[in-house]
Design a protein around this ligand. Structure first.
Ligand code: PLP
Length: 435
C-alpha cells in the first residue's frame, strides 16, 4: 500500500459498496488490484491514451482494457459507428450484412482462415476451438503451455502436473479432476518436452494450443524456429494447431503473430481487438474443420448475442483504420521509444530489468536474466514490481496491476505521453533502488 489514500476517497468508498454487491467488489478478478496490494480505482471515463478515475485523477493508460483499445479510448469514428448502429437496434438474433463485412475483413487479414464464427468472448472462442479439434481428430486430450491463459473454460483452467509431461490438475476448485486430466501442460519455448509428450501420448492429443507470443504472464517472445517446429510436430502427429491470438491478433501485425512469424495454424482464436472495444470474439480456420460446426455439421455451438450489431460496427471501423497503412509502423516506433527509454532509466538507476517486447505489447521484468517461459517469470522480483506499479500510478501512469500482465501501447499514445512515462519510470527506479 504505497498510495496516498486521500487522492482516492471516492474510489475507496465505491469499492466498499461494490464489495457488498459483487465477490471481491469486481466483475473480473485482476481488476481488484490484489496482485499489487492496492485497492481498485474506479474509472469514470477515458479519451485517447488517457483514463480518468472518479476522484478526478488522470493517468496515461497502458492497460487499454487489456488489449482491445489499440486505437485509444473513445475513438471518434468508433463511437460514431456504434451510435449509428444503436439507432437501428442493438440485437436481432438474425443475420446482418455487417457480419459478412467483418468476416471478409478478418479473412483478408488472416489467410489461414477459410471460415469463421463470431462469439461474445475469447473464452468462448477457445472453448469451441478445442471442441472442434476434439471432434475433428476423434481424440480427447489437449496440450497447452504453462502460464498460457485461454479464458476460464474448465478444460483450460488447469495447472501443470508435478512432473514433466504429466496430465494437468484442476486450476480452480470446481474443475473436475477427470476433465483436467485431459489437458497436458508443457513449458513455452521448450521443444524437447513438447516432442517427448507427443511421443508418449501423441495418439490421444487432439490439439496443441498456444499463444504464439505468450502475453498473459507478461510477454514471452517465441525463440527462433520454435513456432515452425511446433507446426511440424502437429503435422507429424495429426494434431490440430490452435493459435490463441486473442491478444496478438490485429496487435503485433494486422494478421497477428501468424503473419509476423509466417506460420499457418489450423484454427485461430481472436478476441479483444476484433471486438473494437465491445464484447465480441471469433474463431476460424480450415474449412474442413470449421464445416463440422452446426448447422452444417454435428458439433454444437451457439450464441444469442453473437455477431452483435454494435460490436460488428465497432470492429469494422477499428479494422478499417488498422488496415489503412502506417499503423503498425507507428505502434512499433512509439513502443520502441518507450521500451528504450524505460531500459535506459533503469540502467541509470542501477535497477536490473529485462524488457520483452513484440510490437506494441511489452513487459518489464525485475530480473537481470532473460525471460523465455513462465518458470522464469516466476523467479522475477514481484516485490519490486509492486513498488514500481504504485510509484507509477502515483506518477500518473496506469499499468496493469500485476507483474504477470503486459503493457499495451495504442495509436493514441503521443511522444509527450512516452516522455512523461519515461520520466515517471526514472523517478520510480531511483526510489526502488533506495529502498
Ligand atoms: C483475454 C484472453 C482470453 C479470454 O478472452 P475473454 O474475452 O476475456 O473471455 C483468451 N485468450 C487469451 C490469449 C487472452 O488474452
Amino acid at each position: 500500500m504505497g498510495l496516498d489514500q486521500d487522492r482516492y476517497t471516492k474510489s475507496n468508498q465505491a469499492y466498499e459498496v461494490a464489495c457488498s454487491l459483487m465477490p471481491g467488489g469486481v466483475n473480473s478478478p485482476v481488476r481488484a488490484f490484489g496482485g499489487v496490494d492496492e485497492k481498485p480505482i474506479f474509472i469514470a471515463k477515458a479519451k485517447g491514451s488517457h483514463i480518468f478515475d472518479i476522484d478526478g485523477n488522470e493517468y496515461i493508460d497502458y492497460v487499454g482494457s487489456w488489449g482491445p483499445m489499440i486505437l485509444g479510448h473513445a475513438h471518434e469514428k468508433v463511437v460514431g459507428a456504434v451510435k449509428a448502429a444503436a439507432e437501428n437496434g442493438t440485437s436481432f438474433g438474425a443475420p446482418t450484412l455487417n457480419e459478412n463485412t467483418l468476416a471478409a475483413m478478418v479473412k483478408r487479414a488472416f489467410p489461414s482462415i477459410d471460415k469463421m464464427r463470431m462469439v461474445s468472448s475469447g473464452t468462448e472462442a477457445v472453448m469451441t476451438a478445442i471442441r472442434l479439434a476434439r471432434a475433428y481428430t476423434g481424440r480427447d486430450c489437449i496440450l497447452k503451455m504453462s502460464g498460457g491463459y485461454h479464458g476460464h473454460s474448465d478444460s483450460l483452467l488447469v495447472s501443470a502436473g508435478s512432473g514433466v509431461a504429466e496430465f494437468a490438475k484442476p486450476g480452480s476448485p470446481g474443475v473436475p479432476a477427470e476433465l483436467a486430466k485431459l489437458t497436458i501442460v508443457v513449458p513455452y519455448n521448450d521443444i524437447n518436452t513438447l516432442s517427448a509428450v507427443l511421443n508418449m501420448h501423441g495418439s490421444r492429443i487432439a490439439a496443441v494450443l498456444l499463444e504464439p507470443v505468450a502475453a498473459n504472464v507478461g510477454v514471452l517472445v517465441p525463440q527462433d524456429g520454435y513456432l515452425e517446429i511446433v507446426r511440424d510436430l502437429c503435422d507429424m502427429n495429426g494434431s490440430v494447431l490452435i493459435f490463441d491470438e486473442v491478444i496478438t491478433g490485429f496487435r503485433v501485425a494486422l494478421g497477428g503473430a501468424q503473419e509476423l512469424y509466417k506460420i499457418k495454424p489450423d484454427l485461430t482464436c481472436m478476441g479483444k481487438i476484433v471486438g473494437g472495444g465491445l464484447p465480441a470474439a471469433a474463431f476460424g480456420g480450415k474449412g474442413e474443420i470449421m464445416d463440422l460446426l452446426a448447422p452444417l455439421g454435428p458439433v454444437y455451438q451457439a450464441g444469442t448475442l453473437s455477431g452483435n450489431p454494435l460490436a460488428t460496427a465497432a470492429a469494422i471501423t477499428t479494422l478499417e483504420i488498422l488496415s489503412g497503412g502506417g499503423c503498425y509502423e507507428k505502434l512499433e516506433k512509439t513502443s520502441a521509444a518507450l521500451a528504450g527509454g524505460i531500459k535506459k532509466a533503469a540502467d541509470e538507476a542501477g535497477v536490473a530489468i529485462t524488457i520483452n517486447r513484440v510490437g506494441s505489447i511489452m513487459s518489464v521484468f525485475f530480473t537481470d536474466k532473460p525471460v523465455f517461459n513462465y518458470e522464469q517469470v516466476k523467479t522475477t522480483d514481484s516485490g519490486r514490481f509492486k513498488k514500481f506499479f504504485s510509484l507509477m500510478l502515483a506518477g500518473g501512469i496506469y499499468l496493469a496491476p500485476s507483474a504477470f500482465e503486459a503493457m499495451f501501447i495504442s495509436l493514441a499514445h503521443s511522444e509527450d505521453d512516452i516522455q512523461k512515462t519515461i520520466a515517471a519510470a526514472r523517478k520510480a527506479f531511483k526510489a526502488i533502488k533506495e529502498l
